[in-house]
Design a binder for this molecule. Structure first.
Ligand code: UN1
Length: 514
């Protein structure tokens, strides 16, 4: 169901829908004032949106600041009530919203629906957490003293989210920020404004007080207007390493400010000589090609022991030659299109880079055959798997730079698990990875030595659940903006100490005599 419309959808600021008309300055020449959401499987326009300016962000930040005092004074349980409404709406509209996700970001339908499911899981976790103990009771050296760690909201939280999980990731950030008593200014990805519009409508329908939640549509300039502003206390960012590092250094470098960023990966799967090859091939296919390789946790390196290399390669290549690329709304589809034309270009460059660096290409479906493209979808951004093998050398760019597409290298190793893990760790990133093995000693070695935020055994390295911490090490992460651990980024901790006696007695044996 295409929803092309003449209407221009606006921002949601201070409880009002607004386009930046009126006395707010327009962005540049008139042609840039709006932008369109495109269905990446057809190239058709879905809807038109106002492009946010600095003035819109300014108004949103002002509204968020004004709303903070009252919002923080509600109990977390009362704040969570608004989110329970959203939880029910996400569930009730599961099918419809799943289809919208698939139409706007091209993920096949089970993934579109899983995105919505992950969103309500996060809302459930955050809202449920409002009834959980919140802080710590801490022992004291001094008998008359009570010591605690208490949490307070930080204030205004700026959320900047990517297109590839257009419903789940906004809730990773915002559900926790809001329940913890912060107010929010959100800049969704410019590729998925329609999903953002629906989320803002849900917040509005839930009756969340004016200014507590604000959404400004737009591009990087609107995002920068959020991250550059002094009124923002915490920035939560999930997206590319390039932007994330800029935000981390710019915001994180300022006293009192905090940036929690979660960036990409060059994720690897180690298949040892002890692997069950059915699980190995299945896990690798899921990790490399699901979401057309466009998850930050997608795998682009398969590190396979020489004893099982040939068999693994033959079976993996067979499936890569065959996986169904097509209409995301067709239940038979395994991979939908890439998100946009520019991204196809980036994937092409990565494939060429691998060739230039000496890859032996095993599968090249970069250009799909005409017969593979579904009728009526000729305008889509189609791309298929690209699989290659290459002799490992530490500085090969194709093994170190994230492609964010269905582009994957096979690397053969001959030594023991130590060698495999050393190879696995040899990238600047450290987000997700997996080991496939039936030997618990190998598995435990990987668990303890792989440089990763998310590590799996005998599973794909995608598909994390929200009640686990989600984030990475090295170039992949800086703080945890997401899922369970986001609570750290959106709260201040107070060490609260209370004296129950009539005397002053100090810790560390410090004399209290005066
Ligand atoms: C992302 O890869 O951009 O772990 C987010 C997963 C999902 C989230 C992925 N729960 O695959």
């Amino acid at each position: 169901s295409q929803q092309a419309t003449e209407q221009v959808h606006g921002h949601y600021i201070g409880g009002e829908w607004t386009t930046s008309a009126g006395d707010r300055p327009q962005s540049g020449d008139g042609s840039e004032d709006t932008f369109e959401s495109e269905n990446p499987a057809t190239g058709e326009t879905l809807a038109t949106f106002q492009r946010g300016t600095e003035a819109d962000v300014d108004a949103a930040l002002e509204a968020a600041e004004d709303a903070f005092e009252e919002w923080r004074d509600l109990s977390a349980i009362d704040r969570a009530e608004y989110l329970w409404d959203i939880y029910h709406e996400l569930r009730d509209r599961h099918e419809e919203l799943g289809e919208i996700v698939s139409q706007e970001c091209g993920k096949e339908i089970s993934e579109g629906k899983a995105d919505v499911t992950e969103a309500w899981h996060m809302v459930e976790w955050a809202a449920g957490n409002a009834r959980h103990p919140h802080g710590d009771v801490v022992p004291s050296e001094v008998p008359g003293k009570d010591a605690y760690m208490r949490r307070k909201p930080r204030g205004v939280v700026g959320c900047i989210t990517p297109w590839n999980f257009p419903v789940a990731i906004p809730f990773w950030h915002m559900a926790i920020a809001l329940v913890e008593g912060n107010t929010v200014v959100w800049k969704p990805a410019e590729q998925t404004p329609w999903c953002a519009q629906i989320i803002a409508e849900m917040m509005d329908d839930a009756g969340i007080p004016d200014g507590v939640f604000n959404m400004v549509q737009g591009f990087g300039d609107a995002g920068a207007a959020i991250t550059d502003d002094d009124r923002v206390d915490t920035v939560l960012f999930t997206g590319s390493a390039e932007v994330g590092h800029e935000i981390a250094s710019k915001v994180g470098g300022q006293p009192g400010k905090l940036a929690a960023c979660e960036m990409g990966g060059k994720n690897g799967i180690v298949v040892t000589e002890e692997a069950d090859l059915d699980i190995a091939v299945h896990s690798a296919v899921m990790s490399s090609f699901k979401t057309t390789g466009q998850r930050c946790v997608s795998s682009e390196r398969l590190i396979v022991h020489e004893d099982v290399y040939d068999e693994f390669k033959a079976r993996f290549v067979d499936i890569a030659e065959d996986v169904a690329v097509g209409d995301p709304l067709d239940a038979e589809t395994f991979m939908g299109p890439a998100i946009e034309a520019d991204h196809i270009e980036k994937i092409r460059q990565h494939n060429e880079l691998a060739r230039d660096e000496g890859a032996n290409v095993l599968v090249d479906r970069f250009e799909l055959g005409d017969e593979e493209i579904p009728d009526g979808h000729e305008g889509g951004h189609w791309v298929g798997p690209f699989v290659y093998e290459i002799d490992y050398e530490p500085d090969l760019r194709c093994l170190n730079e994230e492609c964010f597409g269905p582009h994957v290298a096979l690397l053969e190793y001959s030594g023991d698990i130590e060698e495999a893990v050393e190879l696995h760790n040899d990238t600047p990133y450290g987000l997700a990875g997996a080991i496939i093995s039936e030997d618990y000693r190998q598995i435990n070695y990987f668990r303890d030595h792989a440089e990763l935020g998310l590590a799996y055994a005998n599973l794909p390295c995608i598909g994390a659940e929200v009640q686990l911490p989600f984030g990475g090490v090295k170039k992949s992460g800086n703080g945890y903006p997401s899922a369970r651990e986001a609570i750290e980024a959106v709260t201040e901790r107070t060490a609260w100490t209370l004296n129950n006696s009539k005397e002053i007695e100090m810790a560390q044996g410090l004399s209290a005599d005066i």
